[in-house]
Design a protein around this ligand. Structure first.
Ligand code: HEM
Length: 523
């Protein structure tokens, strides 16, 4: 108690010296102050974690409060939905901040130490290693994406077929998108797709003495289950030791073994890795890009190669599948947007021909139909794939706003304080987005000469740790939209009841908790 008092006194003095005013504090709740933690874990389990944050601030503090201190048991968090504070943490005062130790501690057992899960100098090293990979044009390999979109079409035809009058049966598109992005990302990273959409496409793999072949059948399941544990471990933060670890450890081991096998193959084959893949898969496109192969030109450390590729695998697969899922979730509920988008797509790229190559070029895809971007941005605004981010102060620092009775003064943040950045809550502020904030309306992105992104809209993060895969994710998403809308001319929301509230199922990324239930009509 004595120590706590003297720390508080010292912080108050420092705050006054720096011209800061005290921030508003959310009342404590529940037994020993654990109430908020329990409520937030419960809300996450009920698929309403992002909404809970908005409700807690609005109800406990008021709609005009955008930054406050939240006491939980024996520690305090700051929550801020103020873009000025977010800009300071991610960009202008970024050296004062880092990702929290709990992100590392919760995620590392599954993915290892990589660009996502490291801090300080280790992060700088990782970022310098992987960043150049994302500036290469080959990463936007549309031929690779097209092959897997064709597998998606086959999977839809096989299971839900074109039935009466060209309509498919009702089905959930979301798991099919997760399979598709798993197939695309494993091929892009390791050279061999797991072909979860069509296991008969799997090629026989070479034998590596001492290594079991990778479990292509179950890698997606291990990743999903491991991530659910990571999420709970993160939410419990320093109380995560309360959780049992056996099951989590088994998923981690399976995920590591999967990646290790490819790393071994690359290390043994050296610069003949690509040629080996080409002869085994029969895919011989010139200048083919495989992330593991490129990284292995820079480091031969097997643990580093395993961890960096797993970091990108998780970043690349699930986030993009979630985004594509949300786009179709909203299109199924907004036929007018679907029709407008489809008309522009047909004008630019023509109708779908199953026997002809798509003929779509990367630059044309990126630039020719701004409305695709508006639809994607609006889906990201309504349902941010990463609805909650965080940072920790690595030294005493100041946030520009949040102090004083009106929250307009600077506020002092002592070293070690964790700050939650609820990106969903920022895209729910009607003072920023207008009274129609809760409506899906892509046109808002085109009004007044086009809306510019600020720190109130950071679906891909911002500042020094901004997402490296943004362009790739947007390309993949746009491509899938174009191909599906070329092939299908109508979409119907098949969820029952049709107006059920949106559910945010949060396992690091945030997917629809009720899936994307649709019927599609073939053009
Ligand atoms: C819709 C898709 C995606 C979304 C919404 C998304 C979102 C994000 C966000 C919010 C961050 C910042 C995390 C932070 O501030 O701590 C981030 C970082 C990152 N993303 Fe993405 N991402 C997506 C797709 C991808 C893809 C496809 C890849 C790679 C293939 C990728 C690779 C990365 C990497 C490597 C980082 C770490 C950057 C760093 O810490 O230096 N992302 N992403």
């Amino acid at each position: 108690l004595q120590r706590k008092k003297s720390v508080r006194r010292r912080n108050d003095e420092e705050a006054a010296r720096l011209g800061c005013s005290p921030a508003r504090v959310m009342p404590t709740k529940g037994f020993l102050g654990f109430g908020r933690l329990v409520e937030s874990v419960k809300a996450t389990k009920a698929d309403r974690g992002p909404q809970y944050v908005v409700e807690a601030i609005d109800q406990e503090m008021g709609k005009d409060v955008h930054t406050c201190v939240v006491p939980i048991a024996d520690y305090e968090l700051i929550v801020t939905r103020d873009p000025a504070n977010v800009q300071a943490m991610l960009a202008s005062k970024a050296p004062d901040w880092d990702v929290g130790e709990q992100r590392n501690a919760s995620w590392k057992p599954l993915f290892g130490s990589g660009v996502f899960t490291s801090r300080g100098e280790a992060w700088k090293h990782s970022r310098a290693l992987v960043r150049p990979q994302f500036t290469k044009d080959q990463i936007n390999d549309l031929a690779l994406i097209e092959r897997h979109v064709q597998q998606l079409f086959s999977a839809i035809d096989r299971s839900y077929g074109a039935g009466e009058k060209g309509w498919t049966a009702s089905f959930d598109l979301q798991p099919l998108f997760y399979n598709m992005t798993l197939d695309i990302t494993t091929e892009l990273i390791y050279g061999y797709s797991v072909h979860s959409q069509n296991p008969s496409e799997r090629v026989e793999l070479p034998v590596i003495p001492g290594y079991e072949p990778p479990d292509r059948e179950n890698i997606g399941t291990h990743m999903d289950a491991g991530k659910a544990w990571v999420e709970t471990r993160g939410a419990l933060w320093k109380y995560r030791w309360l959780l049992p670890t056996r099951e989590f450890n088994a998923h981690c081991a399976a995920v590591h073994k999967y990646a290790e096998w490819f790393v071994q193959l690359r290390l043994q084959r050296g610069d003949k890795y690509l040629a080996g893949i080409q002869s085994e898969t029969g895919l011989t496109s010139p200048g083919r890009y495989i992330l593991l192969d490129e990284l292995a030109k820079l480091t031969q450390d097997p643990v580093e190669l395993r961890s960096q590729t797993l970091n990108i695998l998780t970043a690349g697969r699930d986030t993009t599948a979630s985004l594509i899922g949300w786009v179709f979730y909203f299109l199924a509920r907004h036929q007018d947007v679907f029709n407008k988008l489809r008309e522009q797509i047909l004008q630019q790229f023509g109708p779908y021909h199953p026997s002809q190559p798509s003929g779509i070029e990367f630059k044309e895809l990126r630039d020719s139909i701004p409305y695709i971007n508006s639809v994607v941005n609006e889906a990201l605004r309504m349902a941010p794939v990463i609805p909650l981010n965080e940072r920790v102060a690595v030294r005493d620092t100041v946030l520009p706003r949040g102090g004083g009775d009106d929250g307009n003064d600077p506020m002092f943040v002592p070293k070690g304080t964790q700050v939650l950045i609820p990106t969903y809550a920022m895209t729910r502020r009607d003072d920023i987005w207008g009274p129609d904030v809760s409506q899906f309306r892509p046109e808002r992105w085109e009004e007044n000469g086009g809306r510019k992104f600020g720190f109130e809209f950071i679906p891909f993060g911002g500042g020094i740790r901004q997402c490296l895969g943004q362009q790739f994710a947007r390309t993949k998403t746009a491509y899938v939209i174009v191909r599906l809308l070329q092939r299908y001319d109508k979409i119907e929301n098949a969820q029952e009841p049709a107006d059920a509230p949106v559910r945010f199922h949060h396992t690091i990324e945030n997917r629809s908790g009720s899936g994307v239930q649709v019927r599609l009509h073939e053009a």
